[in-house]
Design a protein around this ligand. Structure first.
Ligand code: DAH
Length: 458
């Protein structure tokens, strides 16, 4: 994890939150192999840099490669067939259903998905109390537009503004950017969900029958406990910290149960982040190993105060979506999230957020695509035909069929004719198929449909 790996061990931070670092030399080998890669490293600085409807003036610090600019244009989190979109909806649906405003009529957490991706260095670093000399500020680690602006390196960059605008409970979801290694689990762009919840004294600590609070949020100068300790910040009472910790851990354990199942083993590990204290990471035992799933903690009171919040305390957490999606859906390589191959996307298209989906490795060979169109026998309904078609294509085409999709359906009422078109994507795991050999199989499918179900080919 970014802050953990740098603050605790002094090692170079790693890119995709929650992933352990890997040799940087991999980047060198991968990037230098092709001329295209060479091209993608050339920095082209324009007069004006425009993103998300805002304009910025690049200066000498500008270091966005054409490669990363291309990534900015593609919003994979919004693509409904992308597994990250599926996972995002699963988390949002769960949080919306579980946490409601008093009266149960509306969700407690506001979802913030369209924050601008260029942020100020104040938002990305200073507001979060990142030390002045921290490695993450280096241009070798962060994408800078100019001295004051960079691409957000984490969704935490929006905490300050959103609290300032008055939100007490929110999730910030989005793509974040870091210059880092290139390997199976690291990519310059990845996706995070940030969660923040603030509590007033009454909300966190409740009231006694006499109307007084059971405890206080803040320690007073008169009390002995005004020092920072491993358990708490100087301004907080131990009671308030503990109460917030219980709320936070319960929230995250329940979310984890929702994603990994109630039986998955979990453990809390002490951690360090500049913007929370105390801080933890949650690990889940999955497929034989402990995985860091998220980082979290009690928000530094200074952060709240700088955002104008003086009478509340809060918790925050950050989750890396790729890591969880790779585990949940069995996706072996982070680059697959950017695949436009329908062999990949079709496995997630149309799925419900709660559904169990396991990714099946797609072939590296090219697809061959053929359509099939026919009129149905007059007595057969559209729906009945579809299952028979899918079965027949599977039976005749076997392992060479990667996808089948009903692409068109219409009924000519006057002529009493019903027609359907299916698109079949053929692809072999072993070799590149030729059009000619696929055509032979395709013809067999057509014949089989005609003889078994009486369709008339068009
Ligand atoms: N921003 C951290 C990162 O990118 C993740 C994180 C950790 C967010 C702890 C939090 C938190 O809100 O409390 O590595």
């Amino acid at each position: 994890m970014r802050f953990l790996s740098t603050y605790q061990t002094g090692a170079r931070r790693c890119c995709t939150m929650l992933f352990q670092k890997n040799a940087k030399s991999i980047r060198a080998t991968l990037m230098s192999t092709t001329a295209a890669a060479e091209e993608s490293r050339k920095i082209v600085k324009e007069e004006v840099f425009e993103l998300d409807g805002r304009k910025y003036t690049p200066d000498a610090l500008y270091n966005l490669s054409p490669g990363v600019r291309r990534l900015l244009d593609r919003r994979i989190l919004q693509e409904s067939s992308n597994p990250l979109n599926l996972l995002k909806r699963r988390i949002v649906d769960y949080v919306h259903q579980t946490y409601r405003k008093p009266g149960n009529r509306s969700p407690l957490f506001t979802i913030c998905e369209s924050e601008p991706r260029v942020v100020t260095t104040y938002q990305n670093f200073d507001s979060l109390l990142t030390p002045e000399d921290h490695v993450s500020r280096r241009p070798s680690d962060t994408y800078y537009v100019n001295h004051e602006h960079c691409l957000r390196a984490h969704t935490s960059a929006h905490q300050h503004n959103l609290m300032q605008s008055g939100l007490d409970a929110f999730l910030v979801i989005g793509d974040v950017y870091r210059r880092d290694e290139v390997d199976r689990t690291h990519y310059p762009c990845f996706h995070q969900i940030e969660g923040v919840r603030l509590y007033s004294k009454d909300e966190l600590l409740g009231k006694k029958p006499d109307g007084k609070n059971v405890a206080e949020l803040f320690s007073t100068a008169a009390s002995a406990a005004t020092e920072r300790s491993p358990e708490k910040q100087e301004k907080h009472t131990l009671d308030a910290t503990k109460a917030a910790e219980i709320q936070l851990k319960q929230f995250l354990e329940n979310l984890c149960d929702e994603l990994f199942g109630k039986d998955a083993e979990k453990r809390w590990v002490d951690a360090y982040f500049p913007f929370t204290h105390p801080s933890w990471e949650l690990e889940v035992f999955y497929n034989g190993q402990w995985l860091e799933v998220l980082g979290c903690g009690i928000m530094e009171q200074k952060l709240l105060e700088s955002a104008g919040v003086t009478d509340k305390i809060g918790w925050a957490f950050g989750i890396g979506l790729e890591r969880i999606a790779m585990v949940l859906y069995g996706i072996p390589d982070i680059r697959l999230f950017w695949s436009k191959d329908t062999g990949f996307l079709s496995q997630f298209a149309g799925k419900m957020p709660g559904e169990d989906v396991k990714y099946k490795q797609i072939s590296a060979h090219p697809q061959v695509i053929f359509d099939i169109s026919f009129f149905l026998p007059s007595t057969v309904q559209f729906n009945d035909m579809t299952s028979d078609v899918y079965d027949t294509i599977r039976t005749v085409g076997g392992e060479l069929v990667e996808q089948v999709k009903l692409t068109d359906e219409f009924e000519n009422k006057k002529k009493e004719k019903k027609s359907q078109t299916y698109r079949i994507v053929y692809r072999s795991h072993e070799r590149a198929l030729t059009k000619e050999e696929v055509n032979v199989i395709h013809k067999q499918i057509e014949q089989s449909l005609a003889s078994s179900f009486g369709v008339t080919l068009r």
